[in-house]
Structure formats: C-alpha cells, structure tokens
Design a protein around this ligand. Structure first.
Ligand SMILES: *[C@@H]1O[C@H](CO)[C@@H](O)[C@H](O)[C@H]1NC(C)=O
Ligand SMILES: *[C@@H]1O[C@H](CO)[C@@H](O)[C@H](O)[C@H]1NC(C)=O
Ligand SMILES: *[C@@H]1O[C@H](CO)[C@@H](O)[C@H](O)[C@H]1NC(C)=O
Ligand SMILES: *[C@@H]1O[C@H](CO)[C@@H](O)[C@H](O)[C@H]1NC(C)=O
Ligand SMILES: *[C@@H]1O[C@H](CO)[C@@H](O)[C@H](O)[C@H]1NC(C)=O
Ligand SMILES: *[C@@H]1O[C@H](CO)[C@@H](O)[C@H](O)[C@H]1NC(C)=O
Length: 806
C-alpha cells in the first residue's frame, strides 16, 4: 500500500500528486481511448448496423426492442450478464459487454457553468481538441446566482445542454453530467463558494431546480406522468450530499472530516437544497460526499441515501459517489476497519449505485462471492443506471437532438447569453454621488489597473472547459476609451510592491481609474479554504495609494467568490464606487465595462454575507452549527442566524435608479380549521414571551395544498434610468420562538421597470412551504401566531398570522 493515497476527486485531478492503486488499474488504452470510439461511429446502441458490425443480430436482444417498457428492457439487459460482467458496469467507467452488444460508457462528465473538460487526461468523457476547440463558459454559479433571475438560470442550463448534446453527437462528451454543486456556503472561508449558489438554502435549492431543469428537460415532456420514462436531454447531478463544506482548513481535510450536525440543521439547511433538487428539479442523480456525518461516511449511510433520497424524496435516477469515496472510507476514515469488499457491500446496501472509482468494479464480484451482498443488490444498482441511459436515448437515439452539431457550440446566441449573465450577476456595492455610470463623453483615457485588469482564466474559475474566447477587462474597457494598463501587482498574491508606483502614475494621468482586484483559485478553490477574508499581499496598499493620488474617479472592481473585507475601501471617500463581479465567465470584461459605462444598469444582489475579517477569529470552520453557540461564544452563521455587523449584508446591491415599494393588497392571516386527528405540538418559547395555546401543528398532518396566502406588492421605478429590481421576500417567525431564524428568504422575483414605470408583483405563498420552522427535535412545524413578512432590507414589512381552530 502506498503510504498515502491520492484521491481522484472531481477536480483535485488537476492537482494530482502521485498515482494510487486505483488509477494504476485504468489501463493506458482506457486513458487514450476517447470513450465514444467504443461506440464505433454510432450515436446509439440499438442500431442494427452496429450489431451487424459486431456479428450480432439485434432482433434477438429484447433490450433493444423499443416497443417494450424501459424496465423490461433493462431487466433483459441485466439478466444477460454474468456476475463478473455486472460488476464491471458499476464504476464511472462502465466497461461494457461486447458479447451482448453493450458498449463501454463513461459516466463522468462535468457541466457546472458550461461543458467542462476537467480531468480530460483521465477517465472523464468530455474533451476538446482541434475539432471542438471550446464551449461557452458562462459565469461561475456564484455570479449567475447574483442575478437572482430564475429564468436565466434555466436558460443557461438549456444552452449548456445544447452544447453538451452537440458534443455527444460528435463523440466529445457523455450524456451524464455531475453538476451542479449545491452545498450551502455555511462559512465564509469555504474554498468552493465559487461553484455554488451561496448561503441561503432556498436560493440554492431554487437555483438547483432551475439549472437542472434547463439541463435535463425535453420541451413538452416536463410534466410527464411516468417519471421513470420521462425523456432527458442530458442527465444532471446534485452534489455533494451532505453537510460537505470543509475542504482543507488548517491541516484538516474533507477526507477525514466528521461533520457533527444536529437534525435541525440537517433538515433546515444541509438537506433542503437537495430535497428541492430532487422534488422540484426531478434531477436524475445525487452524489454523496467524502465527509462523515455524525460518525458515518455519507456514501455508506442507508438512512441518508436509500431512505431519504430514494425513499422520502422519490429519486428517479441513480446515486453516485464522489470520486474514490470508497477508498476514502477504507483508508482515510478507516471506517469499521473495512476491507474493500466490506466497504463495497456497505455502499451497495446503503443505496449507492455507482462508484466514481474502481472499488465496485474490482471488488463487487468478490463481495458477492464472500456472501457480503446479494447479486440482486448489484442488479438494483444496474437498473437505476440503465433506466437513465434509456431515458437519454443512449440506446434508441434521440430524434430532436440528432441534428445538434458544431454550429450549436459557441453560437452567437450562447456567447450573448454569457455576456448578459455576466452583466446581470454584477453587484453595485457603492456609488457615491452617483459617480457611475461613467460617460465616454468626458472619459477618454481609462487606467485599468490590478492583477485582474487583464483577467482571462481567472474569470471562469474551476470546473470550466476551454472557452470560445475571452473578453478581459482591458478588452471590455477598450470599447469605451483609451486604456492604460498597469498590473500594479505581479499576481493576485501581490507579494511585490514595486509595481505600485507605475500604477499610481498611470492613474494620475487618466480621466478615470478602474482597479480590478480580488482573489482567484490560488486563494479559494477545491482543496483550499481561506484563513482570512482580506485581499492578499499588497493589494490594499495599491488601492489606497491609487485612491489617494488620483484626482479623477477611482472605481474598485472585486473579482472573488467569497466575501472580502473591503471596509477600508467602503469607508474611503476617494473610492467613489465599488462593484463585485464574482468570476464572471468568458465575457466578464465586456460585462464589467458595460456596467461601468451604463450600457447595463446593475441589478445583482449578494448571494453571501460579506463578513468583517474578525468573524473568522470568532469560530472554527469545523463547527457546523448554524445557530450561535453561546457556551463557546460562537456567533451564528449566515444572515439567518448572524446578528452582528457586516461589510455588506446578504441580498445587498444598488442600482443606477431607485425603486419604491407599496403593499397593494394582502391577506394577513390564515385560519386553519383542525380536525380531531390533527394535534397541537409544543414549541419552545423564550422565557417571558407569549406562547399560544396551540403553538404549532406538524406540517405532515396538514392538508397543505389549501393553505395559501396571497398578496401583491407594487414596485415603482422612481429614478431616471430603466432598471431591474429583485423583490426579496423574507419571513420572520412569531416573536419568542426559541432559536428561530432571524429571517428566512421565502420568495424572490426579478422585475424590469422602465424609468417611471411601476408594476404589481403577485406572490402566492404556501404556508407549509414558507411559514414553517424546524424544531430542535427535527419536527417540521407550522407555528401559530403572528410573524412578519419583510421585503428587501426592511423596505416594507407587514404582519402575517396563522391561527388554528378546532
Ligand atoms: C469510423 O468512421 C471513420 C470514417 O467514416 C472510419 O475511418 C473509421 O474506421 C470508423 N471507425 C470504426 C472503429 O469503425
Ligand atoms: C408543466 O408544469 C408547470 C408547472 O405546473 C407549468 O408551468 C408548465 O407550463 C408545464 N409544462 C408543460 C409542457 O405542460
Ligand atoms: C492579456 O492577456 C493575454 C492572454 O494571457 C495576452 O495575450 C495579452 O498580451 C495580455 N495583454 C496585455 C496588454 O498584457
Ligand atoms: C519585484 O519586482 C521587481 C520588478 O519586476 C523585481 O526587480 C524585484 O526583484 C522583485 N522583488 C522581489 C522581492 O521579488
Ligand atoms: C446577537 O446574538 C447574540 C448571540 O450570538 C446575543 O447574545 C445578542 O444579544 C444578540 N444581539 C442582538 C442585538 O440581538
Ligand atoms: C432574466 O434574464 C433573461 C435572459 O437574459 C432576460 O431575458 C430577462 O429579461 C431577465 N429578467 C429580468 C426581469 O431582468
């Protein structure tokens, strides 16, 4: 055994240090072979000519008979395999069974914000070459989320799946994509924030279901009644399940981490987005994570996998492990002193259908021979897998997607969508004296300064592919004036202050200065959590010196995923405006320049709380608790439980125009008649507060479909520019409920309003979905009493009460 093992993670691949047992067993021919050459020039399995090439008669294989239902065909396919052959199909590389016409299939592809070639040299199915040199690289999810535009989230998914399907047709991609990443960003230090939709479980779940529907849905069949045969454009995967958000922090690694989580936090925060992804998005796959949860590895926990995802949430699809999770169980967690066959058996029994890695393919056969699992346990996994491939048209082809080809990749339309996503994801944090937008009438020379002034690959973050092209900030601003470029720093780390002087000189001579600063994957990434929330190296000095010496406007643009403590710039009167651009994708530079020069009026909102740096000294990253822990002096986490001061709060974002709000109509109470089988439940109230006689009712006991409240908010653009506003609706539960969130986002809607225009935005809220709380003992309850609906950051609020009557 090697003295340390390297994990084939879904991206650590790029950082690979040495080969372990697992990778060694992938033969050279597997690595060199692009998976689809094994289909030998056919786009689907059940093509009579293909069988002919193999010397087989297709008509004798019932699994190719498209008149039969999928489960019958899949059963036929599985029943034809020997035990050894079955075991060969449950790894990410499914080796196929040439004897019966089943080709090799590589399950692993990624499409987090565009088709990705992460791990191209390993077993991943998607790749670029001279024939397909790149694909559209949309903004990273944290940026796209900041638009709070749900239809755009879905449109991006649709564009990505169109490109993916075209690449599949050309033998350059698989059909199963292990995206999106939907872990809640519980701690501002987490290195993978860029891959995610931020800190709020409702936003994360809403993003997940929209993006997944964009990737998966075939138009017109979204609401098919039989979800086991609903056709798929490509298959998506929500990951990493669950309570996974420590990567590598002060020597602690995700492979060893045991997340200690209460049932309350689990239901309310960590599982919520996954539940929405499965129930609302009808995703076809969930990936379990490396970490343990309360002592049990996530990928070996039948309660989490089989009972919850498949049982309670009714997954139609397969459960996959993060790459080499089974090895992690054995060698890192050293769980139950498992031998490989034990770990494989535990995975299969827990409901883990597919192993990204090769423990299943190497040891599942033996596990049956040793009596540790039944052959039938493998059959169940195979059934879950092949039904998905049937739905994707892998066996029968997919008429509506057959014509997608090279022209559909990096099309003008997709590049325009990537640009629009970059614009809509930009958040205006400061704009003193309405210094922005700048006007090219009086701004002729623009100093573009900073380690990101000429950003390219930094804008696409990780899990990216090769973009169609890049528009850097220099490119973007060149459309508006004469750009003077100075890096000011040698890199994002900015360890050398010798470049500050020329940068200051350039700023002094320019009509306006744009400082493009921030972080990149050298600071926040997979396997790399942050230790502070500051700008690295001399970046702060560079900003301060430019700001103090230049007479013309200085605008700060921050590229980052996680929040950065830029209080110094917020409080510096010489820095008139600040924008956060996330990691804005291949067209990021154009997006930023269009916002600065007013071609686009910014309407993005922060999907994360921007904490002060002192926050990280108050609590360790490893404490999973969301609520404040008074015994240890830890503050709460995320806007839902943190009541201290911040640099910028969750949901913050300005516009070049102004909006006013008015409640135009509302129902302010909901009276629910209980029958004799619906019992009152107790709920803890703080001492001295009024507790209603019937404090709450279990949500599962209510007829939820009827329990809706409606209201209408009139939004008025009272400024002089057209603009977009995100109407954000929060709920604060009735006063006195112990440990209830300070507030919880329950709905949001983006609207476009021309200057002077107003619009009535209607909300229909289901009380069970929006007004519930999770009690400490894990009950999902609808409390009675009067809570508060709050719009925006206290722009408008009104009481909303729930009353139970017998
Ligand atoms: C696939 O088709 C190409 C061109 O039609 C041909 O050169 C090649 O030999 C075929 N490959 C296989 C494995 O049949
Ligand atoms: C499917 O249902 C959703 C939600 O009810 C609806 O908005 C959509 O129009 C339906 N789609 C089709 C194709 O019927
Ligand atoms: C900006 O970066 C690109 C790609 O790395 C490079 O080709 C170009 O020369 C750079 N531009 C300047 C002005 O340095
Ligand atoms: C800083 O950069 C300058 C100019 O590139 C170089 O001459 C100097 O050696 C660098 N200093 C350090 C400490 O790396
Ligand atoms: C904020 O929360 C802490 C617990 O973390 C509590 O002690 C304090 O009273 C709260 N402050 C306010 C203003 O609510
Ligand atoms: C959401 O984004 C789409 C795609 O760019 C756009 O057509 C639509 O107008 C946006 N919605 C709002 C309200 O801005």
């Amino acid at each position: 055994m090697a003295n340390f093992c390297v994990i084939l993670s879904t991206v650590t691949l790029a950082l690979f240090l040495t080969l372990n047992e697992a990778t060694n067993s992938l033969s050279t021919s597997d690595i060199n072979d692009t998976p689809y050459t094994l289909m030998h020039n056919y786009t689907h399995v059940c093509d009579p000519a293909r069988f002919n090439d193999l010397g087989l008669d297709m008509t004798s294989f019932a699994y190719c008979d498209s008149s039969l239902p999928y489960d019958t065909r899949v059963k036929d396919l599985i029943d034809r395999m020997t035990l050894e052959e079955k075991a060969q199909q449950i790894g990410d590389t499914a080796y196929g069974v040439p004897r019966i016409g089943l080709p090799k299939y590589e399950w692993w592809s990624e499409a987090l914000h565009g088709v990705s070639n992460v791990g191209q040299w390993n077993s991943i199915a998607s790749f670029f070459d001279d024939e397909i040199p790149g694909a559209t690289s949309f903004p990273t999810p944290i940026s796209t989320t900041a638009s709070f535009n749900q239809s755009m989230w879905k449109m991006i998914g649709q564009a990505v799946s169109t490109e993916a399907r075209a690449m599949y047709n050309l033998g350059h991609a698989g059909l199963t994509f292990w995206s999106p990443n939907i872990n809640v960003v519980r701690d501002p230090r987490w290195g993978r924030a860029l891959e995610t939709p931020g800190e709020d479980p409702y936003v994360v779940g809403t993003y997940a279901s929209n993006y997944v529907r964009g990737l998966q849905d075939v138009e017109g069949t979204e609401n098919a009644t039989d979800l086991n045969s609903r056709p798929l454009k490509v298959a998506a995967c929500c990951k990493h399940y669950a309570a996974y958000d420590v990567d590598a922090w002060l020597g602690l690694e995700r492979y060893n981490f045991d997340a200690r989580v209460t049932e309350q936090d689990m239901l309310e925060t960590f599982l919520k987005p996954f539940e929405m992804c499965v129930k609302d998005g009808d995703v076809t796959s969930v990936m379990c994570s490396y970490n343990k949860i309360n002592g049990i590895p996530a990928c070996a926990d039948p309660k989490l996998l089989k009972d919850t995802i498949r049982g309670e949430w009714d997954l139609h699809g397969y459960i996959v492990s993060d790459c080499d999770s089974i090895e992690v169980i054995i060698n890192h967690h050293k769980w139950l002193k498992d031998l490989p066959e034990d770990a494989v058996a535990q995975g299969l029994k827990a409901g883990l259908d597919l192993d990204c890695g090769n423990y299943y393919t190497n040891y599942a056969n033996n596990a049956v021979v040793q009596g540790k699992i039944k052959e039938g346990d493998i059959d169940i996994a195979l059934k879950n897998l092949y039904v998905v491939l049937m739905r994707l048209g892998f066996f029968d082809g997919s008429l509506q997607f057959e014509t997608l080809a090279k022209d559909d990749i990096c099309s003008d339309e997709h590049i325009e969508l990537a640009t629009e996503a970059a614009r809509q994801g930009i958040v205006l944090l400061k704009n003193d004296n309405n210094i922005l937008p700048l006007s090219s009438d009086n701004i002729k020379t623009i100093a573009v300064i900073g380690p990101h002034a000429n950003a390219t690959s930094a804008m696409i973050g990780n899990y990216a592919g090769i973009p169609c092209k890049y528009s850097s900030p220099i490119d973007g601003f060149s459309a508006y004036g004469n750009v003077q470029y100075e890096m000011g720093c040698d890199s994002v780390a900015c360890n050398n202050d010798s470049l500050i002087f020329p940068a200051v000189q350039a700023a002094k001579q320019a009509d306006a200065t744009i400082l493009v600063m921030g972080l990149d994957l050298s600071v926040e990434a997979e396997s790399l959590d942050r230790v502070d929330l500051l700008l690295p190296g001399y970046q702060t000095q560079l900003i301060n010196q430019v700001a103090s010496e230049s007479k013309n406007p200085v605008i700060l643009v921050v590229l980052s995923a996680g929040g950065v403590d830029i209080s110094f710039a917020k409080n510096n009167a010489n820095i008139k405006a600040i924008l956060w651009a996330g990691y804005p994708g291949e067209e990021g530079g154009r997006g930023i320049a269009d916002v600065v020069f007013g071609e686009h009026n910014p309407g993005g909102r922060l999907p994360l709380t921007w904490h002060e740096n002192s926050y990280v000294d108050m609590l360790p990253m490893t404490s999973m608790t969301l609520r404040p822990l008074e015994s240890l002096g830890y503050p709460g986490r995320t806007y839902r439980f943190f009541n201290g001061s911040t640099v910028y709060p969750f949901g913050y974002g300005l516009s070049y125009t102004e909006f006013s709000y008015k409640l135009s109509s509302s129902e302010k109470s909901l009276n629910i008649q209980l029958n004799k089988f619906q019992h009152c439940r107790d709920l803890d109230y703080t001492d001295g507060s009024f507790k209603p006689p019937c404090p709450a009712v279990l949500i599962d006991d209510l007829q939820c479909d009827d329990q809706n409240v409606e209201f209408e908010v009139e939004v008025h653009n009272i400024g002089e520019k057209d603009g977009r506003e995100v109407v954000m609706l929060y709920y604060t539960p009735p006063n006195g409920i112990q440990e209830a969130p300070l507030k919880q986002l329950i709905a949001f809607e983006k609207v476009f309003l021309a200057a002077g225009e107003s619009q009535k935005v209607q909300f229909q809220l289901n009380a069970c979905k929006s007004l519930g709380v999770v009690s400490f003992n894990g009950n999902n309850l609808l409390p009675s009493g009067s809570g508060t609906i709050v719009i925006g950051n206290d722009l408008l609020s009104f009481p909303m009460s729930v009353n139970f009557q017998y």
